[in-house]
Design a protein around this ligand. Structure first.
Ligand SMILES: NC(=O)c1ccc[n+]([C@@H]2O[C@H](COP(=O)([O-])OP(=O)(O)OC[C@H]3O[C@@H](n4cnc5c(N)ncnc54)[C@H](O)[C@@H]3O)[C@@H](O)[C@H]2O)c1
Ligand SMILES: [Zn+2]
Ligand SMILES: [Zn+2]
Length: 389
C-alpha cells in the first residue's frame, strides 16, 4: 500500500510499504477514508520528538471503513464506518476502566522506551514514535487498530466523514481541555493557540457554559475563524502591547478564571526570553520553547486553572513559583478520546458542534509532503490538511 513516511528531519515521502495484517485476535484493519495533519506531527517532522525512525508511517487522526477483523473482535464488524481516537486503549485495564485511555497499560508494546523518562509508560498512538508504541500511522491506505472493540466508534448515519474525522484527535483534545476547567456560569476562559486544538477548546468551553472565551494567537485568518465560527473574542499578541494587560482589562482586573494552553513546544514569542528559548532548542540543549505556557501561568487569575494541552518534553524555566504562589490548579493529559466520544457525537448530531470546517485543505495522499509544507508554514490560511488515501 501507499503511505506517508518520515525519512528524516523535514523529509516526508510517500512510499510503498507492506499492508497491515491482523496480529492479535482483537485487531481490526481499516481502509482509511480520511486522515488529517495535527500540530503534534509538526513536532515530529521537525525532529523535536525522540524515537521516530526513518521509514515510519506517520499520522494519527483518521476515520475509515473496517475491512477485516480478528476472530475475537465482538462488536466491530466488516463494513462498519468508524472513527478511532488517536490514543489507543484496551478498554479494561486499571486506567481504561477509569477513563484514562491514553494511559492504557496494554496498548504500548514498547514501555521500556518510556519508563526511564517518565516512570510509567503511556498507551500507544499510531504514527508517533517508537516510545509511543511504534505502530504504523494513518497516513496510509490501511491501518491496523488493536483492541478494535474499545477503539472503533461507529459513525452514526447522518454524520459525514469530515464531521467524524476530527472526533479522532482535535475535538477530544480541545473538549478535554475545557472539561478540565470545571467551568461555572460566568467564567471567562482564555485559550493560547488558535490551531484546531485551541479552536475546539474554545468552542467546547462555550458549550460547557463559559460566559466569554478569549483566544490568543498571531495569525489573523485563524483569529477570524475563532470569532466567526466559534464565537470567541480574540487577541493578536503581535498587535497588542501586552497580552497580560489586555486580558486584565477584559476580566475586570482579575484575570481569566481558566487558561488553556494549546500551543506546545514550538511556541513563538517576542523579546529576549524567546531568543534564548529558540537558541537553546536549536542547539538541542532543551526540547521546548515555553513562551505560551509561561504567559498563561502569569495571566491566570489567582486560584484559577491552567489546562495544558500542548505537547512538551523537558522545559527550562517552568514558572513553578508562580503556579504555587497563585494557587493554580494544573490539569493536563494526552487526550482521552474514548471517554468523550459519546458526548462529542451527541453535540455533532445536535448541531452544536461541527468540526468539519477545520479542514481548510483536502488532497490525495500522494500530495501529502506538499500538504505538510502548507500546514507547517501556515500558508494559504492552512489550519488542517485532510488526505484521501
Ligand atoms: N494533549 C493531546 O492529546 C494533544 C492532541 C493533539 C494536539 N496536541 C498538541 O496541541 C498543540 C496544538 O496543536 P494544533 O494542532 O492546534 O497545532 P497548530 O500548530 O495548528 O497550532 C498552534 C497555534 O499556536 C500558535 N502560537 C504559537 N506561539 C504562540 C504563543 N506564544 N501564543 C499564542 N499562540 C501561539 C500558532 O500561531 C498556531 O496557530 C500542539 O503542541 C500539539 O502537539 C496535544
Ligand atoms: Zn494529534
Ligand atoms: Zn487499557
Amino acid at each position: 500500500m501507499r503511505a506517508l513516511c518520515w525519512m528524516g528531519i523535514n523529509d516526508l515521502q510517500v512510499k510503498t510499504v507492506p499492508d497491515p495484517q491482523i496480529v492479535n485476535p482483537r485487531d481490526a484493519i481499516l481502509r482509511v477514508r480520511l486522515t488529517a495533519t495535527c500540530g503534534s506531527d509538526l513536532h515530529l517532522v521537525g525532529g523535536y520528538v525522540p524515537t521516530v525512525r526513518s521509514g515510519d508511517v506517520i499520522g494519527h487522526e483518521y476515520m475509515g471503513e473496517v475491512v477485516e477483523v480478528g476472530r475475537e473482535a465482538k462488536t466491530v464488524t466488516v463494513g462498519d464506518r468508524v472513527v478511532v481516537p488517536s490514543f489507543l486503549g484496551c478498554g479494561t485495564c486499571w486506567f481504561c476502566s477509569r477513563g484514562f485511555h491514553s494511559l492504557c497499560d496494554n496498548t504500548n508494546p514498547n514501555p521500556e522506551l518510556q519508563e526511564p523518562l517518565q516512570g510509567y509508560p503511556n498507551g500507544a498512538i499510531p504514527g508517533y514514535t517508537h516510545a509511543f508504541g511504534g505502530l504504523a500511522g494513518s497516513h496510509a491506505e490501511y491501518i491496523r487498530v488493536p483492541y478494535a472493540d474499545a477503539n472503533c466508534f461507529q459513525v452514526p448515519e447522518g454524520l459525514s466523514d469530515d464531521q467524524a474525522l476530527f472526533l479522532s484527535d482535535a475535538v477530544p483534545t480541545g473538549y478535554m481541555g475545557a472539561d478540565f476547567c470545571d467551568i461555572n456560569p460566568g467564567d471567562i476562559v482564555a485559550v493560547w493557540g488558535c490551531g484546531a486544538v485551541g479552536l475546539m477548546a474554545a468552542r467546547s468551553a462555550l458549550l460547557m457554559g463559559a460566559e466569554r472565551v478569549i483566544v490568543i494567537d498571531r495569525l489573523p485568518e485563524r483569529l477570524a475563524l475563532a470569532r466567526e465560527n466559534v464565537g470567541a473574542e480574540t487577541i493578536n499578541y503581535t498587535a497588542s502591547d501586552s497580552t497580560l494587560e489586555h486580558l486584565r482589562e477584559l476580566t475586570d482586573g482579575r484575570g481569566p478564571d481558566a487558561c488553556i494552553e494549546a500551543v506546545g513546544m514550538e511556541a513563538h514569542g517576542t523579546g529576549p526570553k524567546y531568543v534564548y528559548d529558540r537558541f537553546k532548542q536549536a542547539l538541542r540543549l532543551h526540547t521546548d520553547r515555553g513562551s505560551a505556557l509561561r504567559e498563561a501561568a502569569m495571566a491566570c487569575r489567582k486560584a484559577g486553572t491552567l489546562s495544558i494541552l500542548g505537547v512538551y518534553g523537558v522545559m527550562d524555566k517552568v514558572p513553578l513559583g508562580v503556579i504555587i504562589n497563585k494557587g493554580l490548579t494544573i490539569r493536563s493529559a494526552l487526550q482521552y478520546g474514548q471517554r468523550y466520544m459519546p458526548r462529542m457525537l451527541e453535540h455533532v448530531q445536535n448541531g452544536e458542534l461541527d468540526p468539519s470546517w477545520l479542514a481548510t485543505h483536502c488532497m490525495p495522499l500522494e500530495d501529502a509532503p506538499r500538504g505538510y509544507g502548507l500546514f507547517k508554514n501556515k500558508e494559504d490560511g492552512c489550519l488542517r490538511v485532510v488526505f484521501t488515501p
